[in-house]
Ligand binder design. Structure first.
Ligand SMILES: Cc1ncc(COP(=O)(O)O)c(C=O)c1O
Length: 446
């Protein structure tokens, strides 16, 4: 098995997956899974699918077998859990009145949302909405090209920015890039700030050589339009503060635009509205999505500095059919209202401290736990073989499948990282239940 294929998440072609399915999938579920596999194009990260979902609510999903699982994956959309009743109510109210906004018209909900989003970011003042994250990333690339008159980009190996052709060109994952032919030209890739596998041998303590390499390319090329990266990689890889400060300064020195992709973690998951706010910098553009639609509507946004509005006057950059979808805007507005009203950023900090305490104790007890880390409620438990430090990908996959049996769903990132992303309104009890399951699975399997 090429372990590069497991960077984004666990895949459906491993022997462990086959063994788990043989043991856990009943005849009725198998019929539906087979039916699904007979009509959808097969893809390594989804079809043939893992299981059949019947309902979702709060932090939980229920499968067609009746099994209820805590969902600490949620595709990063369930910031407030699945099917938040107040968001459903807001959507239900708007639907009979304004179910759609044709492109030549605006609507008050789109305007309110644009104003609300920019109120969190002093120098990012202009917004474009899109139906999904990859489209918003695509708009950002185009804005940077049009504004700078340059086309080259610098992005990161192991990154994910969506599955469209331009997004996989700047993305750095083999599972999307292999066997697909020529990608977009001018896309440089650099190593991500991941001290565990740093090609500059930083020795597990980032020494910013990876940031220095970005400036090296900016200097050598001289005409790079943009540096595009996830502020933190969801695995998670959490760079030190100086990393983004150094890249920000390098972009300024070389006239490149800094675009940060915060699609999975903006709007509260890290304990701040925007992840870059942990770093004391502002990008030129930030792209958000996933949770923006309140866990119900597909929705994303590009938020950019005022100067782009001056530079790009007569160009169409988005023009998506669902650009200012009022239903999605209402869902987003209600979600932001709830985050503010219920002090959820503070709740994230509290749950983060609680989770870190438990994960640190787990690390002391399990030799295979190499590292535990989190920013807010993006958490990772990295498994490596204690004797030689090699990735323990087989163990991570086995722990994931055993946890599913015990009632917890999460994904594995980079093959060997248990990646936990509960709703940001998760309760202490739910966190405790999840860690108890992982502890049990680790104890049984390592
Ligand atoms: C960091 C990041 N960027 C972009 C995307 C693409 O978003 P979408 O699936 O809405 O196109 C994703 C989705 O997983 C993501 O995690």
């Amino acid at each position: 098995m090429n372990s590069n294929l497991q960077s984004e998440g666990d895949i459906n072609i491993t022997p462990a997956r086959k063994r788990w399915a043989e043991k856990n999938i009943d005849a009725q579920t198998k019929r539906l899974l087979d039916e699904d596999a007979s009509c959808f194009l097969h893809q390594t990260l989804s079809t043939p699918c893992l299981n059949v979902i019947e309902s979702c609510s709060g932090s939980r999903i229920t499968l067609s077998t009746g099994q209820s699982l805590l969902d600490f994956h949620g595709n990063y959309i369930h910031n407030l859990g699945f099917g938040h009743p107040e968001i459903i109510e807001a959507i239900t109210e708007i639907l009979p009145k304004l179910s759609f906004s044709t492109r030549r018209y605006t609507n008050r909900y789109a305007i309110d949302l644009a104003k609300k989003l920019t109120s969190y970011t002093p120098s990012l003042t202009r917004v474009l909405f899109a139906p999904g994250g990859a489209e918003a990333i695509s708009m950002a690339i185009k804005v940077a090209r049009a504004a700078t008159g340059r086309h080259k980009t610098i992005s990161m190996w192991d990154s994910f920015h969506g599955a469209t052709l331009d997004a996989i060109s700047i993305g750095g994952e083999a599972v999307f890039r292999k066997d697909i032919g020529p990608l977009m030209p001018g896309t440089h890739h650099v190593p991500p700030p991941n001290p565990s596998e740093c090609p500059f041998h930083c020795g597990n303590q980032c020494n910013l050589n990876c940031a220095g390499y970005i400036e090296y390319i900016l200097e050598k090329e001289g005409d790079v339009s943009a540096v595009i990266a996830e502020t933190i990689r969801c695995a998670p890889f959490i760079p030190p503060k100086e990393y983004w400060q150094s890249v920000r300064a390098a972009c300024d020195r070389h006239g490149a635009v800094l675009i940060l992709d915060e699609i999975p973690h903006a709007l509260g998951r890290t304990g701040k509205m925007f992840t870059f706010q942990h770093y004391g910098i502002e990008p030129d553009m930030v792209v958000i999505g996933k949770g923006l639609g309140g866990g119900i509507m597909p929705f994303a946004a590009l938020i950019a500095k005022e100067e782009f509005n001056e530079k790009i006057k007569n160009q169409s950059l988005g023009h998506f059919t669902h650009e200012k979808n009022p239903v999605a805007c209402v869902a987003a507005l209600k979600m932001l209202e709830i985050i503010e009203r219920d002090n959820l950023l503070e709740h994230v900090h509290e749950m983060h401290r609680y989770s870190m305490k438990i994960m640190t104790e787990m690390k002391e007890n399990h030799p295979f736990i190499h590292d535990t880390r989190a920013l807010g409620l993006i958490m990772g438990i990295e498994l490596r073989h204690p004797e030689n430090g090699a990735k323990a990908a087989d163990l991570a996959e086995a722990v994931m499948y055993r946890s599913l049996e015990l009632g917890l769903s999460f994904k594995c990132s980079m093959g060997n990282i248990l990646n936990l992303t509960p709703p940001i309104n998760v309760s202490k009890n739910e966190l405790e239940d999840a860690f108890t399951i992982i502890n049990q699975a680790l104890a049984e399997l390592s």
